[in-house]
Design a binder for this molecule. Sequence first.
Ligand code: FES
Length: 123
Amino acid sequence: MYNDKVIEIFKNPKNIGELKDANAIGTIGNASCGDIMQVYLKIENNIIVDAKFKTFGCAAAIAASSVATEMIIGKTIEEALSLKNADVVAELGGLPAQKIHCSVLAEEAIQAAIKDYKEKNNG
Ligand code: FES
């Protein structure tokens, strides 16, 4: 069902775990499957200097978390906000149609973390 790249990333995901000095945290759950993704960001001077994730979910969700965090490290908040699930799917070399929603979790968890950061920093 998954391509080789997705399987490889699922076996060796990057940026997994909790970021102790995160100043932004976003948690998103998928109501249909019950999976949960939590993204931790460290933001300095509008730049995402580090990102990690904890995902209680399927292989696609874990692979999506891995590439999405890699894609936003070093980017500005605005660039990270513009990351779409389609970008994550493209980076993964594609996902099965019934697994596209798993990549949406990554997009939404990053957006939730940035919202958290903005709320803590007055907008
Ligand atoms: Fe729930 Fe993939 S099946 S995130």
